[in-house]
Design a protein around this ligand. Structure first.
Ligand code: SF4
Length: 377
């Protein structure tokens, strides 16, 4: 599994704290540095491609990869040709989708596109500081379809209030969400991801919240939106397979599913994380350091950090990732990992955990509060 981070965005979205910069003047040096990192970490890449795991995916995220030029995609095509058998995903922003981009992606071998729609409501989109509007998202989706993509994932966001100081009527927010769900279902993408908006300290929204200029909607509203999401998507033929992910039959994301199974992966580019089974390594979110190290060979400052996981880290992570998935985890595995038997029994008896055959999982109606269930374990 390979993840590549393209760390450039044209503008910053209100809620986002992913690492990116708006100065695209550095793209040429970034591409050179990326080639440097690919060559420096060739043995890890080779090791993964020779492993018996059948998860040989390539996921290009960001940032905004759809802003990248031909050279970046040339590098991606050669990475895919060498290491990716199967799912090759690129994230795109609706505003960047043109017939030219669609052809470029097809020529590179991309077979799955993930597009951040977030909402079909123009007021919400402006409040999020997204570059596109609702009509633009639909136009982009159609271009991708006409260009031959038959595996498209669309993202939506719920759990926010676009009115100044968060003063919307919650019934209106619920009906706006119903409209978003109706629109996305009518497009029939193969995969839908829906995330609850959080307030990230480093984001513009985080600053507004700190100044008292933003109030989150109530937990009750977010729970009602989540329930509506589950019901409407299930009725439309989507199967929920993780807290935030829904797919038509045969279209689960192989790349993300492998993360939840703790399959080793390599992340390339500033801010990207890697995992080899015992050790986590992350490139620092600093494009200057990244370029200095991998392009100009200035090895005086390391652009990455790492940590060896101890048995407690592995225990916590296995439970956390396993119970995110609707199918949960093997009961015998969880039994070995649970340190507080009383909590486990209590969660089972109150229905927060369910056991069927040799699997233990959080029932769908409790997934909205899965964090607290997992924390207890
Ligand atoms: S949401 Fe995507 S496009 Fe918006 S700032 Fe974050 S990475 Fe960039």
């Amino acid at each position: 599994m390979i993840y590549v981070h393209f760390p450039f965005c044209r503008t910053f979205c209100t809620y986002c704290d992913f690492y990116s910069v708006t100065d695209k003047g550095k793209e040429k040096e970034y591409n050179e540095a990326l080639l440097g990192e690919i060559s420096a970490r060739k043995s890890f890449l080779d090791l993964m491609s020779s492993s018996s795991s059948d998860v040989k995916t390539l996921y290009v995220g960001g940032g905004t990869p759809s802003l990248a030029g031909g050279k970046f995609f040339e590098i991606m095509a050669s990475l895919a040709a060498r290491y990716c058998v199967g799912e090759f995903t690129v994230e795109v922003n609706p505003d960047d989708v043109t017939p030219r981009l669609v052809s470029l992606l097809r020529e590179c071998g991309v077979n799955r596109v993930s597009m951040g729609v977030q909402s079909f409501n123009d007021v919400s989109l402006r409040w999020m500081n997204r570059r596109h509007n609702s009509a633009g998202a639909i136009r982009a989706y159609r271009l991708l379809r006409e260009g031959g993509f038959d595996n498209i994932s669309l993202d939506l966001i719920f759990g926010y209030d676009p009115a100044p100081s968060g003063t919307s009527d919650e019934a209106d927010l619920l009906s706006l969400w119903r409209e978003d769900l109706t629109r996305i279902i009518s497009l029939e993408p193969e995969h839908i991801s829906a995330y609850q908006m959080g307030i990230e300290a480093e984001s513009l929204l985080g600053c507004r919240a700190q100044r008292g200029e933003y109030n989150e909607p109530s937990d009750e509203l977010c729970a009602a939106q989540y329930e509506m999401l589950q019901q409407m998507l299930e009725y439309a033929g989507y199967c929920q397979y993780e807290i935030s992910n829904f797919a038509k039959k045969g279209f689960r994301s192989k790349h993300n599913s492998a993360y939840w199974e703790r399959v080793p992966y390599i992340g390339l580019g500033p801010g990207a994380h890697s995992f080899d089974g015992r050790c986590r390594m992350w490139n620092l979110s600093d494009i200057e350091r990244y370029i200095a190290y991998y392009h100009y060979n200035d090895h005086s400052v390391l652009p990455f950090e790492s940590e060896e996981l101890d048995s407690e880290d592995i225990r916590v992570e296995t439970i956390m990732l396993g119970l995110r998935r609707c199918e949960g985890m093997e009961l015998s595995v969880l039994n070995d990992l649970v340190s507080d038997r009383e909590s486990f029994n209590r969660l089972c008896s109150c229905g927060a955990l369910a056991i069927e055959g040799d699997r233990v999982f959080i029932p769908k109606e409790r997934l909205f509060v899965s964090d607290s269930v997992i924390r207890e374990l």
